[in-house]
Design a protein around this ligand. Structure first.
Ligand SMILES: Nc1ncnc2c1ncn2[C@@H]1O[C@H](COP(=O)(O)OP(=O)(O)OP(=O)(O)O)[C@@H](O)[C@H]1O
Ligand SMILES: [Mg+2]
Length: 585
């Protein structure tokens, strides 16, 4: 329950709407309070007229009946109107809070570090924001509405009933607690079962999602039957679980109607006895029957509401878990800082906490402003890890990284990331037009800037060949680009930012050697005074760099310019010679 306190700030934000909603609930209940009495009066008039034998005065009776009929109708209309208003306030409030809460969660997600995303599955993150928020909304809307309605109707109706006959009131209300318990039990079972169904449904959708995204592999390995079987089993499971839910569901309404019917029967029986004994009038039985019916719905909903509140509390607790998560990498500096100068890595070590793999060991180097550093090394030697440390996607365990003589932890994080034109090893493009994908790097860019970036990245001619050129949509909704085209597009996206430093992580592995060299040279010439880090598996691509480092198992084993390293005749020279021979064949 404590978890739900998080929502207090939203109740406060929408307090006027909430209070207005309570007033509307009260008003609609007041309008509902009188029709049963009028109906009772009608019964009394008719029964009195029989008793007295006053059948001559039928016209007068007709008039009275019409009068009461009009009153009942008028009150029903007013009640309906205020019910409309109460939904318009309370339910609308719940939707507004739902919107706020979703935004709060989303906003918080964006602040969290990459390691958070590694720890949690995407499906979980999405569930928090959709499924869990919906459950909390059920508490904010229907649960609060029904609870307020219950409290108000009980406090209005029961005194009225007592004023007519305390004894009858006691009798007819006695089965209601039973009703609450029964409904609570059934809805708890229903909730448990629907959770199981929900879980199975997400299994089913992840199976289909995986098979669709891996459809090429499935087809080329002719594993369609296997995929079909896998889906069928999961679907069968889903069906079985759903059928079991439906059984309980089917029980819910009949049970409610039965219990309500029983209490009506009870009222008529006891009321009849009381009327015969002369303690109450016949009309009062009718009034009681209607009152009992009016009470049973809200009372029955109490059982339902209890289970909604329990679910909402559990969901809110899960949401709070994420909301209280602190980003590991925080921006400590509020004011903006200029990022320029030499880049220095001093004794950097880094171990991935989840795998315990030490990816970098005592790495030190420095790049003068405007210089190019080439990094080469075997798979898993720590190249990408090094790149991520510079953008502060991770922070090193020991050692310092300085830019312009200042530790990057003391620089404004946003400015730092803005200053680095980082092209990650794995390209990720959005399902959007080519234009928007490039302009994503710099939202203020115009047509010319986008074209210029495309030219620099060596993809302009390719784009021109597409029918829709820059408007070509890529990804799921459009054409599929080749690996090399994707890589060059993501380079264009980085270039358009006009960054201070450039950081290319093996981002031209899918183009041929000559094109890679050409593009890198091109970029270097056009941005003469920018520092540049090029990570590549090809020695030829970095041989012109002002400095080359060779990484092996997270350590620098060779360092220097191309010529020095060739003279050294170590790993670098070995890779270079081998690749030279390969390229000639
Ligand atoms: N997110 C991660 N979590 C845990 N371990 C990781 C993670 N990323 C990389 N590693 C490990 O750290 C080591 C260095 O990885 P890194 O990606 O830096 O290598 P790399 O030199 O870029 O390799 P490649 O040439 O294949 O791109 C590897 O042993 C890898 O398994
Ligand atoms: Mg890498």
């Amino acid at each position: 329950m404590k978890a739900l306190r998080h929502l207090n700030k939203y109740f406060w934000k929408y307090r006027y709407r909430f209070i207005l909603g309570l007033i509307f609930i009260l008003t609609s209940n007041i309008f509902g309070l009188y029709p049963p009495i009028y109906i009772g009066e009608v019964f009394n008039i008719i029964s009195d007229s029989f008793n007295d034998g006053n059948l001559l005065e039928t016209n007068q009776i007709k008039g009275q009946l019409a009068y009461y009929a009009f009153l009942v109708l008028a009150f029903a209309v007013c009640k309906g109107l205020f019910m409309f208003f109460m939904r318009q306030t309370i339910i609308v409030m719940s939707r507004m809070i739902e919107y706020d809460l979703k935004n709060e969660i989303y906003n918080h997600y964006q602040k969290l570090s990459i390691s958070f995303y590694k720890r949690n599955k995407t499906g979980d993150l999405m569930n928090r924001i959709s499924e869990d928020v919906s459950r909390v909304r059920m508490f904010l809307g229907p649960a609060i509405l029904y609870t307020a309605n219950l409290i108000i109707s009980i406090s209005l109706i029961i005194p009225k009933m007592i004023s007519i006959s305390p004894k009858l009131t006691l009798y007819v209300l006695s089965p209601l607690p039973l009703l609450v318990v029964a409904i609570y039990k059934v809805s708890s079972i229903m909730n448990k079962k629907s959770e199981i169904v929900q879980e199975q449904l997400s299994k089913l959708s992840s199976i289909s999602q995986e098979t669709f995204s891996g459809i090429r592999v499935i087809k080329s390995y002719t594993q369609e039957n296997f995929a079909q079987l896998q889906f069928m089993n999961a679907a069968e499971d889903y069906k079985t679980k759903n059928l079991s839910l439906i059984k309980v569901n089917a029980l819910f309404f009949p049970l409610m109607i039965l219990l309500i019917g029983l209490s009506t029967l009870f009222t008529i029986y006891i009321g009849g006895l009381e009327a015969i004994a002369g303690h109450i009038q016949v009309g009062h039985i009718a009034t009681f029957v209607i009152y009992v019916n009016m009470l049973t719905w809200p009372v029955a909903s109490l059982g339902w509401v209890t289970s909604i509140v329990q679910r909402a509390a559990a969901s809110q607790e899960r949401i709070n878990e994420f909301l209280t998560e602190e980003p590991e990498i925080k921006n400590q500096i509020k004011e903006s800082t200029t990022i320029a100068g030499n880049i220095e890595f001093n004794n950097i070590s880094f171990t991935y906490p989840d795998t315990g793999i030490q990816a970098l060991k005592n790495v030190s180097f420095s790049i003068k402003e405007g210089e190019t550093l080439g990094i080469i090394g075997k798979i898993g030697s720590g190249k990408s890890t090094l790149a991520e440390l510079l953008c502060r996607i991770n922070d090193p365990d020991s050692g310092t990284i300085c830019v312009g003589g200042k530790n990057i932890k003391e620089l404004n994080l946003h400015d730092l990331r803005d200053a680095v034109g980082y092209v990650p090893q794995e390209t990720f493009l959005f399902s959007d037009s080519i234009y928007n994908n490039i302009a994503f790097g710099n939202k203020q860019s115009d047509n010319e800037a986008v074209h210029q970036a495309a030219k620099q990245a060596g993809i302009f001619e390719n784009i021109k060949q597409f029918k829709k050129q820059f408007d070509t949509v890529i990804g799921e909704r459009g054409i599929t680009l080749s690996g090399g085209q994707k890589q060059r597009l993501s380079i264009a996206r980085a270039l358009i930012r006009n960054p201070k430093f450039m950081l290319f992580d093996d981002c031209l592995s899918a183009v041929d050697v000559e094109t890679e060299e050409l593009i890198l040279q091109n970029i270097k010439i056009q941005s003469k005074n920018k520092s540049c880090i090029i990570i590549s598996h090809r020695a030829s691509s970095i041989k012109h760099a002002d400095q080359i480092i060779v990484l092996k198992d997270g350590e620098i084993i060779e360092q220097g310019v191309h010529k020095t390293l060739m003279n050294l005749d170590g790993d670098y020279a070995h890779i270079y010679k081998k690749q030279l021979i390969e390229s000639k064949h």
